[in-house]
Design a protein. Structure first.
Lengths: 589, 371, 368
């Protein structure tokens, strides 16, 4: 054991290069192929349509001008203010909720943490669908005899858009801030109180400690909101309140498509994330993530008395009822209420739409094959994204303060603001370039390209999601394993993997469910004869088969829930006890 | 220690080792030879490069320049780099680095996973170690159910488990309170020596270094400035830095000095121009140099004011430490001597006389130091 | 040591199991994507409700090559076609409306004279371009007044387009930049209001646009109910069910489809012009000869009795409600005789250049 063989030394062909170069080149090549090249191709169209045979001009600012005028200009303006308002709302609510759920004795704390996860998994178009189904003049509530026309008109406007987008952005902010709160031990608060600060002063003193988390949450919420298409396409349209992603989609989907205007709008969306990122990186400087010390500091739980406890619990419950309860209730009701019963005014429940899921009416498609394909896609995309995101997250947290780290950070955050539509069209332009298809690889119109695009769209968010937990793992743990005889892989497997297993699992589930409900990329890139479930569902909904479409939505949600439950069950069964008692506590499962 | 006899302690050799982080040199041209079985302590303030040196030896960092050899085999340098798991060493970390998802038993047993030992033999060895570090009753607990001292005992047992020829200690006591530090220091000293392994231990605490070491190396800004036995370092420090870092009672500017021989000088202090103080000369002293007198506390004695000899002074503080009293003495206008021991108590404000033992006084010109 | 070793061994097994599962899943996906033959066949981009049935029937009887279907809405399909540019993947495109084909023809993307030499009836001939660069496969109509009999009594219904200026009900219609059949509707209304000849001059068209735009502005601003725009037929009918609109000018087959389905109270009324909306198929000029030949075989087959049967029965309560372009136009008994519907044809080549301009005008005024 103590004798080192000279042989092993030379045989290893040891790497004398600088550690980062090989990895960096690999990672950046992958990011370039996944995100950079396709998006750049698309954005170039904004000023040079001729480059991709989309117009006569080699260089023109005509489309920049066009994008800021009239309808499109209004939409850009709307998107900017909505994203700003939503990110502020979402982060305020998320901060309060993170504190109440993790730092007080409110009722059902575990349940709320799980509920936050469910909210994260709910796509915005499903949320809107549920709200609409419930509130519309002859919708679910009216079928129950409740008149809600006054809300309906308010809801179909900026108010509803802000409400739905805020609830959608809430979980992102919540998880980022929860991670920040974990770095906030009671000593900071104690020190402030002891030195004579009142409650407000204490809050002001302690706030800067979690301000990196808050700013990070604002930046992510802003990026997620401004790139959301689900709400823009549904509520935004009906409310005659154009949002930029819808304009972008419209410019792309009308014929002949105006890719150049779409590219300019996309560039505006991506650039709009610059101010929040700048703000964030100014405040964060070198301490990107609150690194926890090895010894667990148990944060103090504030004990509410009975009255305030009930009040706080009720408020949190109300947030979840609004965020999850209403849309799910709306969707479930619509899926059971027969179309005609809206008319007679009496409620008539039916299972017809559920039968139609797998025995569709003529010319309709069964959900079976598409859902199976979506599950497979979800499985592969989630697994690949998870692995890549771990690598990226490690880079993000181990090179804290360095130029490479900052560029990676900005690139990933900026990528969150790329709407799926942009990525998908970029994929067509880049991966269907004659040069690429004839001399490199012909992936266009194949399942692998759809998979790659889905990975590209989930990678930035997933990396951000993992960065916090990864940063909390002390490097000494794997160093200790290496020093005591474990190879690189064994060290990772026996130390980092167990510590990250929970976050990996949830990250996997997150990508899995998001992939299944993803619509923008799926609808543009799905290969012939291989239609994912979200496209099938959307076709039903668009063809005024709301009942069957909603039933399929509910069925898909149930399937996702089932898989989450199964995955969590398997995790409990197969992992050693030690794995489950440590590590990331984004959820108390 | 079933196969203690089979074990061979490792030798370690650093050859012109340097390490640069960005613009900053953390290690500069370090040459160091550790004979098999030696307990070497590297002493230095934070930022002196001692942790970097240790991590380079462990294989967690790669040196930018120079070579490192273990048992004569290159492990880092021009020829390549041997990963940590192939270097045949063990390590105790400052933050313990216990794997939170493994029990105490599994943590200690980890280094044996790749060994040729049979399962019963492994279990035996872990049980034995649990006993020896006194935590057998905690075997099935998880790290975060243990106190800091208990956690570090687990880390120590883990380092001993594989019975390697080289054990590294990265400030293992710095996160512990004084009592635990003392008892664990003794265990580290005895168990490591029992194991026969070569040890490299880093600390910024001079008393810890002197207590543990066969040899002490002092690091300053990435350079090894002195390597010797604790006694020699104390009695014959290489320069002002080493002297300061290994404990002085006072440091005074010298008004004038006179050579008495090769190594002895007579010096005159500004606040006691009439009194001759004998001191050991360290390094070069030029006539016009701004030399200083460094006084070890061991060489300072205090007497009542009535004593004929000695520099007059005044007691500023007195502290009882069990065996006697430690005083702070003001000499001159603002100059102080600290940690002045006496069996008798001199109260605050009392005037006294101070005598200095030439062997504990060093005349050094700090400006001659290269850094 | 037993415990640790056991755990680590277990862990190793789990890692292997997970890797194996991953590998199996990736393989199953790869197998889904595999498949190539000497005759590559072609990919049909289609938005027709009966396309799956037609392709299945064709593939079952034509073993030489395989037609692969990419079935989606018209919008995404045209987006793909345009984005693919000079490196297209579609062998044939089959959607409703001749205007996109006129545009594709003008930029040289379609095989000229590809229309099969079959005996088109008068309806077919009216929708066949002079250069044969695409073929009508059936005709539906857009601009049919679809109304909810529970909200609107038959006596209050308009009978001419100009009557819409005085209606008391909210009028629904689709957004032309989202719904494929809506630009032909608007172009038809503009033509009809100015009684444009089939081959109108640019000046005539421009005058007709000015007049037509004023017409819609008046409906939106001066009528009691106003103009309510929704993205597609389906959503517009949903708005009618929700009583947000009482009547709508949409594609006739969509209205029939819902009458046959869950929305029994719908009625159809034909105004003084119903715009013919041919289902159109065209062949990709950029494809190799073998692919073009395959596509031509499929197009020709559509006009055979077997092809016609697949089209007429594939989506019996939806897109199959069309008037045939070969044989008798009366082939489908559910829909009325086309001669009773005041059919009105526009020249796709005349209107194609104005599509973007008119759609932008529409969005700015009625959507945002």
């Amino acid at each position: 054991m103590n004798v080192i063989k000279a042989k092993s030394f030379t045989e290893n062909g040891l790497d004398t290069r600088r550690k980062f170069s090989f990895g960096s080149i690999g990672v950046w090549t992958a990011l370039f192929l996944l995100i950079g090249a396709p998006v750049l191709c698309f954005l170039t169209l904004g000023v040079s349509p001729r480059l991709f045979q989309q117009g006569p001009e080699w260089f023109t600012l005509k489309y920049v001008h066009e994008a800021f005028q009239g309808f499109a200009g209004r939409a850009i303006f709307n998107s900017l203010w909505v994203a700003t308002v939503v990110s502020i709302f979402a982060v305020s609510i998320a901060t309060s909720m993170a504190w109440v759920i993790h730092r007080t004795n409110i009722g059902a704390r575990r349940f709320w943490a799980v509920a936050m996860w469910l909210l994260l998994l709910l796509p915005t178009w499903m949320m809107t669908l549920g709200w609409t189904d419930l509130l519309q003049p002859v919708g679910g509530l009216q079928a129950l005899g409740i008149n809600c026309s006054y809300i309906y008109h308010e809801f179909f406007g900026p108010l509803g858009i802000v409400v739905v987008l805020t609830t959608a952005a809430l979980p992102f902010s919540y998880f980022i801030i929860t991670a920040g709160l974990q770095g906030l031990g009671p000593e900071f608060e104690d020190a402030a109180r002891i030195h004579g600060a009142n409650k407000i002063q204490t809050f002001k003193t302690v706030l800067p400690i979690i301000s990196p988390a808050i700013l990070s949450a604002i930046a992510v919420s802003f990026a997620e909101t401004i790139s959301d298409f689900g709400v823009a396409d549904t509520l935004g349209y009906h409310a005659h309140f154009p949002l930029a992603t819808f304009i972008l989609f419209k410019a792309i989907s009308s014929y002949p498509a105006n890719f150049s205007v779409a590219a300019v709008v996309a560039a505006v969306l991506i650039l709009s994330i610059v101010p929040p990122i700048t703000l964030q990186s100014r405040v964060m400087r070198k301490n990107t993530f609150a690194v926890l010390s090895g010894r667990t500091r148990t944060p103090r739980v504030r004990e509410f008395r009975k009255g305030p406890r009930v009040l706080a619990t009720t408020i949190v419950a109300t947030v979840f009822v609004v965020a999850i309860g209403v849309p799910v209730l709306g969707a479930v009701m619509t899926s059971f209420i027969s179309g005609q019963s809206f008319y007679g005014g009496h409620l008539h429940l039916t299972l017809l739409y559920y039968r139609e899921i797998f025995n569709p009416p003529s010319a309709g498609k069964s959900l079976g094959t598409p859902l199976l394909l979506s599950d497979q896609l979800g499985f592969v995309v989630a697994s690949c994204t998870g692995a890549f995101a771990v690598v990226m997250a490690r880079r993000l947290v181990t090179k804290v303060g360095g130029l490479s780290q900052r560029i990676t950070d900005i690139f990933l955050l900026g990528s969150i603001a790329i709407p799926g539509v942009v990525l998908a069209i970029g994929y067509i332009f880049f991966y269907n370039l004659s040069f690429i298809t004839h001399h490199v690889i012909n992936l266009y119109e194949t399942l692998p390209l759809l998979i790659i695009a889905l990975i590209a769209s989930s990678l930035p968010g997933q990396t951000r999601f993992m960065a916090g937990p990864v940063s909390q793992i002390q490097p000494s743990l794997s160093e200790a394993a290496r020093v005591h005889g474990a190879g690189r892989f064994t060290a990772w497997r026996t130390t980092n993997l167990p510590l990250m297993s929970r976050v990996l699992l949830w990250g996997w589930l997150l990508t899995f469910t998001k992939t299944i409900s993803e619509l923008a990329i799926a609808t543009i890139l799905f290969p012939p004869s291989q239609e994912p479930a979200s496209v099938t569902i959307q076709n039903y909904l668009a063809n005024f088969n709301t009942g069957a479409g909603t039933a399929m939505t509910v069925m898909t949600l149930l399937e996702m829930l089932g898989i989450i439950v199964i995955a969590l069950g398997i995790y409990r069964l197969v992992t050693p006890r030690g794995w489950r008692r440590i590590g990331w506590r984004g959820i108390q499962s | 220690m079933s196969n203690e006899t089979a074990r061979k302690a490792s030798s370690v050799h650093f050859e012109n080792v340097g390490k640069t982080f960005g613009e900053k040199d953390a290690l500069n041209n370090v040459n160091l030879e550790i004979a098999p079985g030696t307990f070497l302590v590297l002493l230095g303030p934070s930022g002196s490069g001692k942790t970097t040196l240790l991590r380079c030896l462990a294989g967690i960092e790669r040196p930018s320049r120079g070579s490192i050899f273990i048992n004569g085999t290159p492990v880092a340098g021009e020829g390549g780099f041997l990963p940590p798991e192939k270097r045949g060493l063990a390590m105790v970390f400052q933050d313990y680095a216990l794997w939170p998802h493994l029990t105490v038993r599994a943590n200690i047993g980890f280094p044996l996973n790749n060994s040729q030992l049979s399962k019963p033999a492994r279990t035996d060895r872990v049980d034995n170690l649990l006993d020896r570090v006194g935590i057998a009753h905690l075997a099935d607990r998880y790290p975060n159910q243990l106190s800091g001292g208990e956690q570090q005992r687990v880390a120590l047992a883990r380092a001993l488990a594989a019975e390697v020829g080289l054990i590294l200690f990265d400030e293992p006591l710095s996160n512990l309170d004084a009592d635990r530090r003392e008892s664990l220091r003794i265990e580290i000293a005895t168990l490591t020596r029992e194991s026969g392994a070569t040890a490299l231990y880093i600390t910024h605490d001079q008393s810890e270094a002197f207590a543990l070491a066969d040899k002490v190396g002092v690091l300053k800004q990435g350079e090894l400035v002195q390597l010797d036995t604790p006694e020699m370092i104390y009695k014959s420090p290489a320069n002002a830095f080493v002297t300061r870092f290994t404990g002085v009672s006072g440091e005074f500017a010298i008004k004038q000095f006179k050579k008495m021989g090769d190594s002895l000088v007579e010096v005159y202090l500004p606040f006691a121009p009439d009194i001759t103080v004998e001191a050991t000369k360290i390094g070069k002293l030029s006539k016009d140099a701004n030399a200083s007198l460094f006084v070890r506390s061991a060489g300072v004695s205090i007497f009542p004011e009535t004593n004929e000899e000695g520099i007059p002074g005044e007691i500023r503080d007195v502290a009882f430490n069990g065996r006697g009293y430690e005083h702070v003495v003001k000499v001159g206008a603002a100059e102080m001597l600290t940690k002045v021991y006496s069996k008798h108590r001199f109260d605050r404000g009392v005037n006294i006389k101070v005598t200095l033992d030439p062997a504990s006084c060093f005349a050094i010109d700090p400006s001659t130091e290269e850094m | 040591m037993k415990l640790t070793t056991l755990k680590l061994n277990g862990l190793r097994k789990k890692t292997i199991a997970v890797s194996a599962a991953l590998a199996v899943a990736s393989l199953s996906l790869v197998s889904l994507t595999a498949g190539a033959a000497s005759n590559p066949g072609f990919v049909l981009y289609s938005a027709q409700g009966y396309d799956q049935q037609a392709v299945d029937a064709f593939n079952a009887t034509h073993p030489g090559f395989t037609v692969t279907l990419k079935d989606d809405s018209t919008g995404p399909l045209l987006t793909d076609v345009q984005a693919e540019g000079n490196n297209p993947k579609w062998g044939a495109l089959w959607v409703d409306g001749a205007i996109p084909f006129a545009h594709l023809d003008q930029i040289g993307m379609l095989v000229k004279n590809s229309a099969p030499k079959v005996a088109f009836n008068t309806l077919g001939k009216a929708n066949l371009p002079a250069d044969g660069s695409f073929s009508p496969t059936g005709v539906t109509e857009t601009g049919v007044l679809c109304y909810d009999t529970a909200q609107v009594s038959a006596s209050n219904l308009p009978s001419k387009w100009t009557d819409l200026l005085t209606t008391q009900y909210a009028l629904g219609m689709n957004d032309p930049s989202v719904s494929g059949p809506t630009f032909p509707l608007i172009a038809g209304v503009f033509s009809k209001l100015s009684n444009l000849p089939f081959n109108a001059t640019t000046a005539q068209v421009k005058a007709a646009i000015t007049k037509g735009e004023a017409f819609y502005q008046n409906i939106a601003q001066k009528t009691q109910g106003g103009l309510v725009v929704n993205p597609t037929n389906g959503v517009t009918l949903g708005a009618m069910q929700n009583q947000a609109v009482g009547m709508a000018t949409i594609q006739g087959s969509a209205c029939y489809s819902k009458t046959l389905g869950s929305y029994k109270t719908l009625g159809e009324k034909y105004l003084d012009a119903s715009m013919e909306l041919p289902g159109v198929i065209g062949i990709d000029a950029k494809m190799p000869a073998i692919v073009r030949a395959d596509a031509a075989k499929f197009v020709a087959w559509l006009y055979t009795p077997a092809g016609q049967l697949a089209m007429r029965t594939g989506d019996p309560t939806g897109d199959s409600l069309f008037w045939p372009v070969v044989g008798s136009t009366l082939a489908n008994p559910i829909i009325p005789n086309i001669t009773t519907t005041n059919p009105y044809a526009i020249n796709p080549y005349t209107w194609a250049p104005y599509e973007t301009q008119i759609n932008n005008w529409f969005d700015s005024n009625f959507v945002g």
